[in-house]
Write a protein that binds this ligand. Sequence first.
Ligand code: 5GP
Ligand code: ZN
Length: 114
Amino acid sequence: MECLFCKIVGGDIPAAKVFEDEAAIAFHDLHPQAPVHLLIVPRRHIASLAHMGGADEDKALLGRLLDAARRIAAQQGLAHGYRAVVNTGEDGGQTVSHLHLHLLGGRAMEWPPG
Ligand code: 5GP
Ligand code: ZN
């Protein structure tokens, strides 16, 4: 098993977890880009958002990831807002090929992104 996030999901590589349910886990990013920078990762290996299908199961999982982001943001006290990002593929700046959602907060974000 080569995938870094599969290893974190499986407990082979430690991570600072803040949330888990049957579909996903969330943990602190190793190189935080904001005071709060969490990664929400499905337990199932899916290479990227572009690799999801349109099946009900896939759509439900995507919904669950966003719902987890909403719940974790509330738990982390991000009352002034936050950003949820899914970098996808080469142009999207994705560096780990296992679908994940970045939850960033604790400071005002800028737009446009780089
Ligand atoms: P991507 O660039 O694919 O959108 O995001 C991958 C993220 O994973 C990066 O923000 C990077 O800092 C984070 N990351 C890479 N390796 C590790 C690791 O071993 N542990 C944790 N917690 N985060 C990691
Ligand atoms: Zn994986």
